[in-house]
Design a protein around this ligand. Sequence first.
Ligand SMILES: [Zn+2]
Length: 328
Amino acid sequence: MPSRRVIGIDAGGTKLIGGVVDEALAVRHRVHRTWRGADRQETLDIFVEAVEEVRDAAPDVEAVGFGIPALVEWETGVSRWSNHLPLEDVPFRDLMSERLGLRVAVDNDTNLALLAEHRRGAARGAMHAVMISLGTGIGSGLLLDGRIYRGAVGVAAELGHVVLDLHGPDCPGSCPGRGCFEALVSGRAIGTEGERLARLQPESALGRAVAAEGGLSGWRVTELAHDGDEAARQAVTEVGRRLGAGLVGVVNVFNPELIVIGGGAVGAGDLLLEPARSVVAERALPPSRELVRIVPAHFGDESGMLGAALLALDLLAPAGTASSGASS
Ligand SMILES: [Zn+2]
């Protein structure tokens, strides 16, 4: 029997990626969009256009899964709140189903990244794992006793909005908090820290890049760090240490076997993860700190798209036959 195919869409705070995904998780007909300050209607239109573009290339697909950076009620598919997109109180699943005429599944983007990593990736076989996705902000997902933990209505696991610094910077986006994990650690935080160090070290490659380019993204700082610029490495190391400080709390609370780090910032690799591991080894409680492994996502920044596809494939599976590690 030919492999079934669905569409997986992963929406982050600044961009959307998607594609046609088969049961072996091979991806075809990829699609990319950026939000560029779109309002609610424009944002929903972009989701629809992205799916329609993929569907034109693969008219046989029967379902689409969406991972969105939002607090999604699991039972109803309603997006209750989002820090980065205008998706407050949007009946996302029903709206998309109506507009697309396809079966639709929706969940928080990082829950779905965790689903993919648990069934097929870095967390395969784990019973207790935490997924942290570092992109525009911080997404997170919890695997507790072998199941994805969703809380009372499905909006749990927002580790990005745990406060690390009472007097810290305002949390970016619409979060009312300040000094949140997300305010201190994210792809954007790497860029901000890079700009700070560039002012202190104007002769560095980092300093010259700011002078020439006017500002720095996390991606650009990471690239300069990989090229060996010491100031850029310091910026990534600092954010890695902050990441570790946040993970100390995660390790102490959840005693996970592993923490999977995904999202765009995972491109920094061990430049980011080694400082995080050092802080956890120094400051978390025994014996959890000896047990936990901190690893990059097997699927890199595509975990969310693949998890969205797995959720859509579950819709097509006869009841009770979703592959092992089912999340619901
Ligand atoms: Zn926050």
